[in-house]
Design a protein around this ligand. Structure first.
Ligand code: CP
Length: 315
């Protein structure tokens, strides 16, 4: 793997290996393994974020620091981008300073793909426009594996603003390799036409979709990416797409959300704080998942990591 640009490019075997490595790092962090902080002591990781982020940026920073790397944060608003420098030149300059790995978020779909063609340094896509957010999908899969012991027969419902969601795209590419059914549920204006050709079912009826769901993945309503007529109104969106206590779904269904949450818009506060919600487990798993990915790119001894079988995949 030269870069990690999307889940679409990852085969099933690679995803399984990454998951196993993430569980390895989770365990080592819990055990406070002192060797972790020496693994990347000469490496520099650059968090280059041209769009706001809390979870992704901070967990990449903590992950890199736990592995002993130095971390620099380059944010658009405090960089020479505001003086007119292109992002391409910004990254070339950072590369010239000796950055070993770029973590890149940008509001334009395809920006990490474009830049990676011209850089010698590996790039991890930390979210590009409405296109992909591969590390989110991988940590989501890790969370599902933790709670559900067998992936094969699971029904996953992804509900909400699918049109603007890179999380939805990456999860569709990832989950459709492992679970029996992925259903997309939203208003017709929020499901891209071409998605009917993917390995998913499409529904416009939330109650019907969730009644036998094992996983309900709720997406953020991305108002900042909306055009005028994407939704009739927030009230109408809530009526058809909000996950709340009025709906009937299995008591053991997991409720997931990538964050940030618009409280009481895409999901009721009650369900957000319910025992079925694994939102903060997703956040917790972001750390070992990102440690595993950083290690893949920078740790010379990465291949020596001894991982364990995962019953959710391997039986
Ligand atoms: N889930 C996620 O990408 O959150 P941030 O935008 O806060 O990084």
């Amino acid at each position: 793997m030269k870069h990690l640009l999307g889940v679409k490019e990852l085969d099933t075997a690679t995803i399984k290996s990454i998951l196993k490595e993430a569980f390895y790092f989770k365990k080592q962090v819990e055990k406070k393994d002192p060797k972790l902080s020496t693994l990347l002591k000469n490496d520099v990781v650059a968090n280059v974020f041209f769009e706001p982020s809390t979870r992704t940026r901070v967990s990449f920073e903590i992950a890199a620091k736990k592995l002993g790397a130095s971390v620099i944060n380059v944010l658009a608003e405090s960089s020479s981008i505001v003086k007119g420098e292109t992002i391409f030149d910004t990254l070339l300059n950072l590369e010239a300073m000796g950055v070993d790995l770029f973590i890149l978020r940008h509001n334009q779909s395809g920006m990490p793909h474009y830049l990676s063609k011209y850089l010698k340094t590996p790039v991890i896509n930390a979210g590009d426009g409405s296109h992909e957010h591969p590390t989110q999908a991988l940590l989501d899969l890790m969370t599902i594996v933790e709670y559900k012991k067998n992936l094969k027969n699971l029904k996953v419902v992804i509900v909400g603003d699918i049109l603007h969601s890179r999380v939805a795209r990456s999860n569709i590419f990832c989950l459709s390799k492992f679970v029996s059914q992925v259903t997309l549920c939203s208003l017709p204006t929020l499901i891209p036409k071409g998605f009917s050709e993917l390995d998913v079912s499409i529904s416009y009826n939330l109650q019907e979709s969730v009644k036998d769901a094992d996983i309900i993945m709720v997406l953020r309503l991305q108002k900042e990416r909306h055009e005028q007529n994407d939704i009739p109104s927030i009230k109408e969106y809530i009526k058809y797409c909000q996950l709340n206590e009025k709906l009937k779904f299995p008591k053991d269904a997991l409720i997931m959300h990538p964050g940030p949450v618009n409280r009481n818009v895409e999901m009721s506060d009650g369900l957000y704080h319910s025992s079925q919600s694994v939102v903060l487990s997703q956040v917790r798993n972001g750390l070992p998942m990102r440690m595993a990915l950083i290690s893949r790119f920078l740790n010379k001894d990465h291949k020596k990591i001894k991982t364990k079988k995962l019953t959710a995949y391997d039986g």
